[in-house]
Design a binder for this molecule. Structure first.
Ligand SMILES: [Zn+2]
Length: 163
């Protein structure tokens, strides 16, 4: 645990606050996307650390979650965005967040590489026709049906063709 003001400042100096009042960790992240910091040779997840610093210790059977209705950002460590819960709740949060994230991207014109890979993956496993598939994916990613079509047939984003 950070024991003094200076150690707490080294944490807060690595945080940027965004328009959603999320405290975004600018330091190292683990594989799951959570901020991590090492204090006295012990690695902490930053959001958990901030939770304990603010609210105190909790039952170690439980985990610190991001409040699903406020924030789904694993790098966020704003104590107001954190809530304690079970591992099961945490997994459920992530599934819901994954679905919501796609919904939010509606109207966004820019696709990320992982979107493209996901579209191609979904395309391979589709159960509907190409037209239906494009119609279905278009609102999810906020791009036109023809853009989806081109991605499926590798006419765009060719640098992502690994196989
Ligand atoms: Zn947040």
């Amino acid at each position: 645990m950070p024991r003094n003001k200076m150690e707490i400042e080294t944490i807060t100096n690595r945080i940027i606050i965004d328009e959603n009042d999320c405290w975004l960790w600018q330091g190292a992240l683990n594989k799951q996307g959570y901020g991590i910091i090492t204090i006295d040779y012990k690695a902490w997840r930053v959001h958990k650390l901030m939770y304990i610093l603010t609210y105190g210790e909790f039952d170690n059977q439980l985990v610190v979650r991001h409040k699903p209705d406020i924030c789904n950002n694993p790098t966020c460590c704003n104590p107001n965005h954190l809530i304690i819960g079970t591992r099961k709740q945490n997994t459920d949060d992530k599934q819901i967040a994954g679905t919501m994230k796609r919904g939010e991207s509606h109207g966004r014109a820019k696709l990320t590489e992982s979107d493209v890979l996901q579209i191609r993956e979904d395309f391979k496993n589709r159960i509907n026709t190409l037209d239906e598939f494009c119609k279905e994916q278009s609102p999810i990613y906020g791009v036109g049906e023809s853009a989806i079509n081109k991605i499926c047939y590798n006419k765009t984003w060719n640098h992502l063709n690994y196989d």
